[in-house]
Ligand binder design. Structure first.
Ligand code: FES
Length: 127
């Protein structure tokens, strides 16, 4: 069996939603100390708490890039509360699986979303 599914390869080679949102409502950055990979997530959230746009930058492995690409697709257009429920397992499943030793890469995507939403919620409190 190939190491990576076709979906992982597709999202790695053609990642969706790569980039920066200059006036983002929430920004989150997380890293994995062991492998050194870093993921940054930007969210644009409207007054109804729906994620209108999402972009990411990932300095990391193929699985991390594919996971962030898939995760952004899964939360775009979703209410913040739903996005918080997205698990790394669901991201990996949507990619038709990741090798066991690469599951931590999908955790980075889940953590980046949580961190960006936390940033958004903190800013909302200050308003
Ligand atoms: Fe570190 Fe994939 S090896 S995120």
């Amino acid at each position: 069996m190939a190491l990576y599914s076709d979906k992982v390869m597709d999202h790695f080679l053609h990642p969706r939603n790569v980039g920066v949102i200059e006036d983002a409502d929430g920004v989150g950055e997380v890293g994995n100390a062991k492998c050194g990979d870093i993921m940054k997530m930007y969210l644009k959230i409207d007054d109804d708490k729906v994620i209108q746009d999402v972009k990411f930058e990932t300095f990391g492995c193929a699985s991390a890039i594919a996971s962030s690409s898939m995760a952004t697709e899964m939360i775009k257009g979703q209410p913040v509360d739903r996005a918080l429920e997205l698990t790394n397992k669901a991201v990996a499943e949507a990619l038709d699986g990741l090798p066991d030793y690469k599951m931590h890469c999908s955790v980075l995507a889940q953590e980046a979303i949580h961190s960006a939403i936390e940033d958004y919620q903190n800013k909302e409190k200050e308003k």
